[in-house]
Design a protein. Structure first.
Length: 450
């Protein structure tokens, strides 16, 4: 559904009125198109003394054709991104290096600019003082993300020792327009398991030659995931319930791949899907658990079927499918990727959604519980937690609830299905073997939850 308020404030008169009234002025977000430059404008790269990643990052950026500057070369230009290596920070007084790097250029970030701070995972630090300082980076980054305007984003990436080369796919995603609606996030990158790659052959088609399954693919976010994974080179097995058969065929006609009509809650669905993947493709590389439903009511008014249907579709079916994929005769190939769609409701809770939030928090539990299992197969499992995304689901909300949902984030607008899809594609990428057990919110830095 069109965001009429945003359209109004994008014209100069509407913008002036909104600003005078102290109302939000949601910027137009830059979104990815094939062939687009990674970043718009030069990138300022700096670091605290003794950092481990500044040099590898500069190399990656140079190789990607980016105009890289150091603080001593900075003039009064507008930067496409500010990237700071904080891995050298070993104590709280050294946090001043953040201030010294960012303060002079805080106003020089162009529209849709990117801020990336890179640290060492605090749990890996040997000395308490270093762990404390590294943990402090989160507060800095989450707050700076709320201060920068014009669709700019800020993220913190904790890169473990030995994972310096594995961070490229994450750096590319966070710098690019693919992460338009992702801000204020913390991501951990670890050395990929033996046998997983750290870089795809072609960054424009990181899923070339791979087979991906997407559940709930006939519309909304699932349709966008199908389109983006196909764009990235995957052969997509698009799955949805038989009642959505016509819409599902339409998706496959538009983006290629094949349709599978299946209710994922059926008792034999996991085996049927596994058999299909084994017979047709001799396995699968990427599984995206996207299908989900809401049946909202406060707990006191919730009948049993609302409770059980939401848990069955949103959580139990995913566990059962994972069992079939990962078991002894499992079809998930080495280097496989499982990505699940959680929700901000599963993090912050939401009135009227005890069933839904339980299912979506359970997904976070599933990702954390299965991450070590996936490492043993040189694979990964991660989740996205969307906030307010413009779909049929949110279009059906009452006007005031919808308006509230759109504005309570740093971007003052809802995200698009493609924003969720791009984040999933980053997790699914052949280059993302170092990203495992993570939950990333796609919510424009929602004010709900931590
Ligand atoms: P949607 O209702 O438009 O699409 C969901 C799809 O899942 C539908 O095509 C539906 O037929 C399919 N599905 C439902 N039950 C199924 C079953 N038993 N077997 C197979 N397929 C089934 O919803 P959407 O907005 O595109 O949401 C997609 C995912 O994103 C869901 O998991 C949802 O909870 C999550 N999410 C959405 C938002 C949002 O703002 N739209 C926010 C947070 C999370």
């Amino acid at each position: 559904m069109a965001d009429r308020y945003q359209e109004l404030t994008l014209n100069p008169l509407g913008r002036t009125i909104a600003k005078r009234a102290g109302l939000p002025t949601p910027p137009r977000l830059r979104r990815y198109e094939p062939g687009q430059a990674l970043v718009e404008g030069p990138v300022l790269v700096g670091g605290a003394p003794g950092g481990r990643v500044e040099a590898p990052i500069a190399d990656v950026l140079h190789a990607a054709g980016v105009d890289v500057r150091t603080p001593s070369e900075a003039g009064d230009e507008r930067f496409g991104a500010l990237v700071f290596d904080a891995t050298g920070i070993g104590s709280s007084d050294e946090l001043r290096h953040l201030y010294e790097f960012f303060h002079p250029v805080a106003r020089s970030l162009g529209p849709g600019g990117r801020v990336i701070v890179i640290g060492t995972p605090p749990e890996d630090c040997r000395r308490p003082r270093e762990a404390i300082a590294q943990r402090a980076l989160e507060g800095f980054e989450r707050s700076f993300a709320k201060e920068i305007v014009g669709g700019a984003t800020a993220q913190l990436v904790y890169v473990a020792e030995g994972a310096e080369a594995a961070g490229e796919s994450t750096l590319r995603f966070l710098l690019s327009a693919k992460s338009a609606y992702v801000s204020g996030q913390v991501v951990r990158v670890r050395p990929p398991a033996d046998g997983d790659e750290s870089a795809p052959e072609d960054w424009e088609r990181p899923l070339a030659g791979r087979v991906a399954v997407v559940t709930g693919a006939s519309r909304g976010i699932g349709e966008a995931i199908t389109r983006v994974l196909a764009r990235d080179g995957a052969h997509v097995v698009a799955l949805d319930v038989p009642a959505q058969g016509e819409a599902l065929s339409g998706v496959v006609n538009r983006f290629g791949g094949e349709a599978v009509q299946l209710d994922i809650t059926a008792s034999d669905a996991p085996q049927e899907l596994a058999e299909h993947l084994r017979e047709r493709h001799d396995g699968v590389d990427v599984v995206v658990h996207n299908a989900g439903i809401t049946r909202d009511k406060t707990l006191a008014r919730m009948d049993e079927s609302r409770w059980s249907s939401v848990l069955a579709v949103n959580l139990t079916s995913q566990e059962r499918i994972n069992d079939a994929l990962l078991g002894k005769r499992g079809v998930l190939r080495r280097g496989g990727r499982i990505v699940s769609v959680s929700s901000v409701s599963g993090i912050a809770g939401n009135r009227g959604q005890t069933n839904y939030a339980a299912s979506k928090a359970g997904i976070i539990g599933m990702v954390q519980a299965l991450a070590p299992t996936l490492v043993r197969q040189a694979g990964t499992i991660n989740a996205v937690a969307p906030g307010f995304i413009e779909t049929e689901m949110t279009g059906a909300m009452p006007l005031l609830t919808r308006e509230g949902g759109r504005r309570i984030n740093s971007m003052s607008q809802g995200g698009l299905p493609v924003d969720v899809a791009e984040t999933i594609a980053w997790f699914a990428s052949a280059g993302s073997g170092g990203v495992n057990g993570q939950v990333v919110r796609v919510d424009g830095q929602s004010m709900l939850g931590a």
